[in-house]
Ligand binder design. Structure first.
Ligand SMILES: *Cc1c(COP(=O)(O)O)cnc(C)c1O
Length: 484
């Protein structure tokens, strides 16, 4: 385990500037309670009278999240953002069902959406109808209107991400939500980008009916290696009655009888079934988000959002002369993340987005999100966690890499055999007795003075990504090995 850990680049070495999935720094104080046996050693189905501390934690955290989002009801059950989407759409389906409109099954989703959106819609039994985006990355409102109108008899939901996955605050967001409502649909907001909203605006105030939060993004739960996550959903008052239930543990009744008085309703128990095995999902990690929110306070959270947006705009401004920023809002600003367009280098230097991502490893950085949401680009979200020194270090690396690309463009470096195509450079390659590359070992390994002091050595050189994706191998021994 320790050897594996030593091969990993962690936040203690450099920022990990992904898209919405950027991991924030975690204060030790936020993490400590997770190790307390009072939180760590409780069985999820323990009798409620033995888990009163947990009940208080759930209620307080739900209250905090309610205040942050404006929603009337919260379910902590979903274990990930994607599961929150699935849960939220089932809640919407149940709402239509309860009103005698169970036939509504069309889900409008903009082209820019995260892949989990259409996947969740299909799993919830809906039919996906894509909505076009314009060249600035915004939802094409005319196309949305046309599609909502066309499907108005069977429209179930619109799924929308705000700020958008293009890193821009969509100005028409209120109109977009209103169009869905006018045609009988509910609005599902993907809240993965909540880090750009906390303290500034609330999804419930501008038209969302349901929204998931990613506690492992915005609210500091560490998620290296893909988990664990918590993707609670918040809902407007008219949907509270349908939040997930549980067959073993009787969840506190969080709705009043008046919510349910609809003569058309044939449903006895309106709650949807459990969507996770445990009644409050990954409850043992909830203390992290509780601690984060409590330690930051309202003013601190609002300031964090401001700094996160400022940091993203700082990077966008420092890099815009070397790398075009793909999408910006009306005033030339981005939200909490920015997309750097690298597509032109394929023509000018034969350099692709992977080459730049791999070269960043030599500079000591975890590469940003590659080719999402637009192929041939990188998506950078620094969050409020990083200092100006760290942002500058990242920008300096990107600018230095641009200079290396220029050498190829001007014919000073070979188009195939160069610093970028051969990146990342491992210690084994650099220390080998054979060295026949047209550049020095020093430039390969120590491109900046910072790397001399704090070098992160990649454990492996370039791999063939496509080959790896298509040729799965099993590392477990075959049955014959047990025969002896
Ligand atoms: C991360 C993300 C999701 C999915 O959340 P998971 O917790 O990874 O399942 C959905 N939409 C957007 C925009 C995201 O960034």
């Amino acid at each position: 385990m320790n050897r594996l850990q030593a091969k990993d680049l962690s936040l203690t070495t450099a920022m990990i500037p992904l898209g919405s999935c950027t991991m924030k720094l975690n204060a030790t104080a936020e993490m400590i309670p997770v190790s307390w046996p009072e939180f760590a050693q409780i069985h999820p189905f323990a009798p409620l009278e033995q888990t009163q501390g947990y009940q208080t934690l759930f209620q307080q955290l739900e209250q905090m999240l309610s205040e942050i989002t404006g929603f009337a009801g919260i379910s902590l059950q979903p274990n990930a953002g994607s599961q929150g989407e699935y849960t939220g759409l089932l809640v919407i389906r149940q709402y239509h069902e309860q009103r005698g409109e169970g036939h509504r099954n069309i889900c409008l989703i903009p082209e820019s959406a995260h892949g989990t959106n259409p996947a969740s819609a299909v799993m919830a039994g809906m039919k996906v109808v894509p909505v076009v985006c314009d060249e600035d990355g915004n939802i094409d409102v005319d196309d949305l209107k046309a599609k909502a109108e066309k499907h108005q008899d069977s429209l179930a939901a619109l799924m929308v991400t705000y700020p958008s996955t293009h890193g821009v605050f969509e100005e028409a967001i209120e109109e977009i939500c209103a169009i869905a409502h006018q045609h009988g649909g509910q609005v599902y907001m993907d809240g993965a980008n909540m880090n750009a909203q906390v303290g500034l605006c609330r999804p419930a105030d501008f038209g969302a009916d349901v929204c998931h939060l990613n506690l492992h993004k915005t609210f500091c739960i560490p998620h290296g290696g893909g988990g664990p996550g918590v993707g609670p959903i918040g809902v407007m008052p008219h949907l509270k009655a349908f939040l997930p239930g549980h067959s073993v543990v009787d969840l506190k009744e969080t709705y009043s009888e008046s919510d349910l008085q609809n003569p058309k309703s044939k449903i006895q128990n309106p709650r949807i079934g459990a969507i996770a095995s445990a009644p409050w999902g990954s409850s043992s990690i909830l203390p992290i988000s509780w601690m984060y929110i409590a330690l930051m306070g309202a003013a601190g959270l609002t300031r964090a959002t401001g700094v996160a947006i400022l940091n993203a705009n700082y990077i966008a401004k420092r890099l815009e002369n070397d790398y075009p920023i793909l999408y910006k809002g009306k005033n030339g600003l981005v939200a909490h993340e920015c997309i750097l367009d690298l597509r032109q280098f394929k023509k000018t230097a034969g350099i692709e987005v992977d080459d730049i991502a791999k070269r960043l490893i030599d500079y000591g950085f975890h590469p940003p999100t590659v080719s999402w949401p637009v192929a041939g680009t990188v998506m950078v979200e620094p969050t409020e966690s990083e200092s100006k020194q760290e942002l500058d270090r990242f920008c300096d690396a990107m600018i230095a890499i641009r200079a290396e690309i220029r050498e190829i463009e001007q014919g000073q470096a070979d188009r195939q055999n160069n610093l970028l195509k051969n990146a990342p450079h491992t210690a084994e390659i650099l220390i080998s007795d054979e060295w026949d590359r047209p550049y020095s070992r020093q430039r390969a390994a120590y491109p900046t003075s910072w790397t001399r002091e704090n070098k992160f050595w990649a454990a492996t050189g370039r791999i063939d990504n496509a080959y790896g994706d298509r040729n799965l191998i099993c590392a477990c021994l075959p049955m014959e090995a047990y025969a002896e």
